[in-house]
Design a protein around this ligand. Structure first.
Ligand SMILES: C[S@@+](CC[C@H](N)C(=O)[O-])C[C@H]1O[C@@H](n2cnc3c(N)ncnc32)[C@H](O)[C@@H]1O
Length: 234
């Protein structure tokens, strides 16, 4: 499945039109209402009925080195549970790009988050490299994912992990939270070093993973054979 096929509907004229061409009245639904509606319309793609807890948010973001963060990318922001906490920590010159396949969520975020560092893109995480480049960046420092890896269409999970590894700068990390540990199996195809955590205070309790993109080991330079100096013996 390609990125554009995964990105459902059309995100542009969403002020008056919701998912499946139904009319959507902006402002009528609160944050939870919008999230719930997105779940009802696309249960498999959303994968959760309730947004992440503040405990999950704090624990997931804790290892981030904010001083070095120029670009933070988030996949599957939903109604933006992580967006404000990320913006609160991001330096003034930093940027946050969020990518979601659900136009209902993207329209909600564009309407409710007013911060020059924030960009909400309707699309698939599989297209992260193109999206990052289109927005003038040469790579991301951190990528956060709330994607339901275990229920994504066949082949999409590995595609997203590969694209994420390639878009990350060295020293950066892929931050993943999920109800099942399956996400770790997907991450392991590219990330050699993965740290793990757990948050009980979340509906449902949640597994947390940080995949680190370490500097590539420098290929060993073959040493010149040491020639012994001929010592003249008198
Ligand atoms: C479990 S919800 C995450 C909700 C939110 N991040 C939170 O913590 O409360 C998963 C989100 O992933 C989005 N999604 C599913 N597949 C996607 C893909 N291929 N690319 C980007 N977003 C995707 C869904 O539309 C949904 O918003």
């Amino acid at each position: 499945m390609t990125g554009p096929e995964l990105a459902q509907g059309d995100a542009t004229p969403l002020k008056k039109r919701g998912m499946n061409g139904k009319r959507y009245k902006p402002g009528k639904l609160g944050q939870w209402g919008v999230f719930f509606r997105g779940f009802v319309e696309h249960p498999v793609m959303v994968g959760s009925i309730i947004p992440s807890s503040r405990y999950t948010i704090a624990k997931m973001l804790d290892p981030v080195d904010w001083d070095r963060c120029r670009l933070f990318v988030e996949y599957g922001p939903g109604v933006g549970t992580f967006c404000q906490p990320v913006l609160d920590r991001l330096p003034p010159g930093g940027a946050l790009i969020v990518i979601d396949t659900n136009p209902l969520y993207i329209e909600y975020l564009q309407r409710t988050i007013d911060d020059p560092r924030f960009t909400a893109v309707h699309g698939s995480a599989a297209d992260v490299q193109r999206i990052v480049k289109d927005h003038g960046h040469d790579g991301a420092d951190y990528v956060l994912s709330g994607l339901p890896f275990s229920t994504l269409p066949e082949g999409v999970g590995p595609q997203i992990v590969d694209a994420t590894y390639d878009v990350l700068r060295e020293g950066g990390a892929f931050l993943v939270y999920q109800f099942s540990a399956k996400a770790r199996d997907f991450m392991a195809r590219r990330f050699a070093r993965i740290s793990a955590g757990f948050e009980l205070l979340n509906v449902l309790p949640c597994k947390l993973f940080w995949g680190w993109k370490d500097a590539e080991p420098v290929a060993a330079v073959e040493a010149e054979p040491v020639r012994e100096k001929a010592v003249a013996v008198a």
